[in-house]
Design a protein around this ligand. Structure first.
Ligand code: NAD
Ligand code: IPM
Ligand code: MN
Length: 350
């Protein structure tokens, strides 16, 4: 019981719209005796364009002093000449993940009852991608030479430390151990990326010895994408690097009912800093401001948040409300963002 401090970063585009619905649901879902105290941080494109600030150190320090973070999405209008690509993505989102040591980027995928998959026979799909969150090609370890010339050389070198790989692999094994099928699939490209690949392969084999009940499988990333579309029910826990995990989880969203349903947690398992919960999707400038965004992913992210904070009953209530809403959705009835949020909220608070 008591007060939990929540940093809220709605961000850009539909991030604003879906976060409002997620907060509605969170307020109603808080267990008896627990109060969420949200503090809103207006970070994102608007602030950057007005002030040049992306994530001031003082704001980061304030955010750090919270129990959890709820984020909508970041990313401005495409091809804005005043907003170079990556400024917000790297300077805000990735900086939060790196500084707060969100080394487990947890992205569950399930086909909920009544939800249509674009696959004809998807089977019983229920897997979770444990995406490494602090390393890989995302670290900014690279550069460009002879820029703008025909001899330009651009590099983005993937960083894979034994420390970073081992800790995320161990977390993935522990999750597999807690699940019914107890199966872990390492996805990589060890046949080509031999340096990084050998670290991932070796440490997966080593950590496997601590989890004798977990079945270990390996797939190259390209083949994994075949199985994700032809036989996704074979997956239980997938562990992979930062970039592969980014790509896999958009496909995973697509086969399980769409990007509007895909939730994620950027977890700091050691709890040295607050974890951050956000939909997998971005700011969707193509539909922003039209109340067309599905807030379900943001609401399911609230369920992950509650679970992380130890309120698994409340988390289950939110998930059940979403499942009930999904089961009753009809493709013929298009609901506004707030209508979906209200419907789920009333099931939680009803
Ligand atoms: P996106 O996820 O924003 O949109 C991809 C497609 O999915 C679009 O057609 C969009 O309309 C649709 N979509 C996304 N979320 C939806 C929802 N909740 N309901 C219904 N439809 C939805 O990806 P993008 O277009 O590649 O990127 C747009 C911006 O968002 C870029 O600036 C990108 O860098 C940023 N981005 C941010 C995050 C994040 O904050 N975690 C994630 C991905 C992309
Ligand atoms: C995501 C996004 C981010 C990522 C971008 C916006 C930095 O695509 O959360 O999946 O690549 O991790
Ligand atoms: Mn992504």
């Amino acid at each position: 019981s008591g007060t939990l401090k929540l940093a809220v970063i709605p961000g850009d585009g539909i991030g604003q719209e879906v976060t409002a619905e997620a907060l509605k649901v969170l307020e109603l879902a808080a267990p008896a005796g627990v109060k969420f105290e949200p503090t809103r941080y207006d970070l994102g494109a608007e602030r950057y364009l007005a002030t040049g600030e992306v994530l001031p150190d003082s704001v980061l320090a304030e955010i750090r002093d919270h129990d959890a973070i709820l984020l909508g999405a970041v990313g401005g209008k495409p091809n804005d000449p005043n907003l170079p690509p990556g400024i917000l993505e790297r300077g805000l989102l990735l900086r939060l993940r790196f500084e707060l040591d969100h080394y487990v980027n947890l992205r569950p995928s399930r086909i909920f009852p009544g939800v249509a998959s674009p696959l004809a026979n998807p089977g019983d799909v229920d897997f979770v991608v444990v995406r490494e969150g602090t390393e890989g090609p995302y670290t900014g370890n690279g550069g460009a030479l002879r820029v703008g010339t025909p001899h330009e050389i651009a590099t983005e070198v993937s960083v894979n430390t034994a420390f970073g790989v081992e800790r995320v692999v161990r977390d993935a094994f522990a999750r597999a151990q807690r699940r019914a099928r107890k199966k872990l699939t390492l996805v990589h490209k060890t046949n080509v990326l031999v340096n990084a690949g050998s670290v991932w392969w070796r440490l997966t084999q080593e950590v496997a010895r601590e989890f004798p009940e977990v079945t270990v499988d390996y797939m190259h990333i390209d083949a994994a994408m075949i199985y994700m579309t032809t036989d996704p029910s074979r997956f239980d826990v997938i562990v992979t690097d930062n970039l592969f995990g980014d790509i896999i989880t958009d496909l995973a969203a697509a086969i399980t009912g769409g990007i509007g349903l895909a939730a994620s947690g950027n977890i700091n398992p050691d709890r040295t800093a607050p974890s951050m919960f956000e939909p997998v999707h971005g700011s969707a400038p193509d539909i922003a401001g039209q109340e067309k965004a599905d807030p379900t992913a943001a609401i399911l992210s609230v369920s992950l948040l509650l679970d992380h904070l130890g309120h698994s009953d409340a988390a289950a209530v939110v998930e059940a409300a979403v499942i009930a809403d999904l089961a009753e959705r009809s493709p013929a009835t298009i609901r506004r963002t707030s209508e979906i949020g209200d419907a789920i909220a009333s099931r939680v608070g009803g």
